[in-house]
Design a protein around this ligand. Sequence first.
Ligand SMILES: [Zn+2]
Length: 671
Amino acid sequence: METITTSRPKLSRRDFLKMIGAAGVLTLPALGYGLVRVGGGEFPRATSPYAVDESTRPLSSGEMAGPLLLLINERAENPFGAYLGEILRAEGLNCFQVAPLSAVNSATLERFRLVLLAEGPLDRAQVELMESYVARGGRLIAMRPDVHLAPLLGLERVAGNTAEGYLQVDTGHPVGRGGVAEALQFHGSADHYRLAGAQAVAWLADSAQARTDFPAVSLHRYGQGQAAMWAYDLGRSVAYMRQGNPAWANQERDGRDGVRAQDAFVGWVDLDRIAIPQADEQMRLLSRLISEMLSDVMPLPRLWYFPGAAGGMLIATGDSHQSPASVIEDVLARVEQRQGHMSIYYAPPLMNDWRRTIQRVQSWVADLSGASADLPTPSQVAAWRARGHEFTLHPYVEEGLEAGWQRYWKEFTGRGYGPVSPTVRTHRILWTGWVETARLQASYGIRMNLDYYHYGPAFRDQAGEWRYGHFTGSGLPMRFVDEHGRILNIYQQPTQLVDEQLIRMPWGLGGADIPVEAAVEIARTVLQQSLAGSYSAVAAQFHIDPFAIGGDLAVKAGRWLESTLDYAAAQGIPIWSAAEWLSFTEARHEATLDQIHWDPSGRRLSFRLMASPTLQAELTVLIPPQQGEARLVQAEVDGTAVAYHERHLSGSNYAGISVKAGLHQIVATYS
Ligand SMILES: [Zn+2]
């Protein structure tokens, strides 16, 4: 047995048959390997990559409704209206419904406290519909509005617009309070208006923070209600900021061989702003605008970004190219010592079906005899998964996106490593189209992608300094959107901390090449900023390969891994695998807050929180600790008083209540 396992590459066909004859036939099925398909592997089966279109669902009424309604304008040239729903969910405002503009009338709007109107042209009747809704007390936020809404918005349209500009938030305004002081980039075009009764919440500006006289975001009281304007479309801007410039798709722009997602960020992200999650900050500005516009009507509950009271997340991942099982085991043990879990993205060596069948038998022999096989055996993989780790594909796509996926899926499952789990990082992070890679992956059932990877000369500034942070403008997972505004059923989770960008790797093309202590300091800074207000899920790349190479490189890789994990653990930042993070992200996305009722005389807020049965960790709902003069004195979940923790979020304070899966009735009493 021992000679077989150690001389694997030279195993002859005769040896193999002898071995099968000796023991295999009887015991292979007992191990569940199945002789018929041993080594053959499977191919992925394709399904629709698109998410359910929420605007096709009928609107519910009564207390089930609202308080928020997202209206999508079917006549819009801009296809990103539905993406505003993804923004609301990312912000935890899971208390909205979606409808096409043509399907609503005055009576429909009355059921909602606030309408978020996507960009698009309005006819005269639609303008009057909005005016009468606001006049009677409704709240309206109009994204890059039709010019005929200007009187309702307290604005006067002037000639011109600003493309690819900046906005400067007025941090003295109640809505802007808690926002960042730096001017933030936006993508797309912003129309120029002058204030004619409205207040500016943010101004169009340039990168040097010189503000113009044109509001980027404004707020106006009109009749009994309020109307706010966003001069550019936040949906398009966030999509472009996160996914790069679609006009640059498939272009080699960073000079480093191979088209990657980050090629579409060269000259796109302002490196002086990269430490700020710029898209997230603008989404939080929208949340504050919504909460503030409703503040004299009701306290608005929302969901916190992370499980329980966590102030950030560390998603531990490691690409692994044919690494031996013992090395993977060593790394996972170090992660477990910090109460963490990890995703291993594994590229097995490619073999033909015959060689792979031999490999399977060797795995089986190793499992039976307790001898150490070189490559992971199916039972080792199963044991890692049982310990909470993820072990899944790391496909090579040099031969073509689909061909690469087919080949590696077959190899992976043929080795008995299946099932393929729903998160992935592609080898060399090669990327096709604006979202073609994401679309193909979604069609194969992959629901989280970590290919937006902080790597390469795109992130070196003109002075030669390597810059770090959030090049997609975000530390929050959100689903991809395609060129036609269709939401893909797959989340983008950026990988912000990349070992090969920081430390010299033998295969590396050169990044910062800094001492490991300096690399760890950068990891600490990015994680610390999350706790301090950037509220980010930070994914890190801890390649397994250096541990297999050994020597000084393994020592350095070990310090990078352990020191980064130690810092996260010490700060109370959960260390999760990408699969765990996806599971939480999906459960949070699906959660709903409804039947929201504020009784101003009884000073009592009540609502329902439906948390998906798939939720494993705790979901935290945030409620304002103050409503006018009234202060929160008690919170109850399902009739029982519960403790709540304080949570600061971009200038606002909240009380955080954590719940487990299921349907909950929450009551908050103020006095
Ligand atoms: Zn790789």
